[in-house]
Ligand binder design. Structure first.
Ligand SMILES: [Mg+2]
Length: 121
């Protein structure tokens, strides 16, 4: 089974994403901010990361930059989550190393197709 780390400060979003990902046969882990996500990656590097932009402690963008400096066994694919009024962030996220993006709120088909694009589903 592929592993996915959901990184979002919203418990509700994490719950919705977990539900979708488990239905797609992923083993799921959760983190509430970028710093938690980084320490998770050091211990157990996931195949893919679903990454929120706005989070306390360490934002999605700060996490992306920090991830690039980590000596990990492999580079996880990163699907960046944004809202419609956050479109301007997408280019910055892709430049910082994100592989794809998905608009919130996302449904199962949308998320599945993004995971297929990055090659993990
Ligand atoms: Mg957030």
């Amino acid at each position: 089974m592929k592993t996915c780390l959901i990184v979002d400060d919203s418990k509700v979003i994490r719950k919705v994403a977990r539900h979708i990902l488990e239905a797609l046969d992923f083993t799921v882990a959760e983190a509430g901010d970028g710093r938690e996500a980084l320490s998770h990656c050091r211990q157990s590097c996931p195949d893919v990361i679903l990454l929120d932009w706005n989070m306390p402690v360490m934002s999605g963008m700060e996490f992306l930059r920090a991830l690039g400096d980590e000596p990990l066994p492999h580079r996880p694919k990163v699907v960046f989550c944004t809202t419609e009024n956050g479109m301007a962030h997408i280019r910055a996220a892709i430049e910082a190393g994100a592989d794809e993006y998905v608009m919130k709120p996302f449904d199962r088909e949308t998320l599945h197709s993004k995971l297929q694009i990055v090659g993990v589903a």
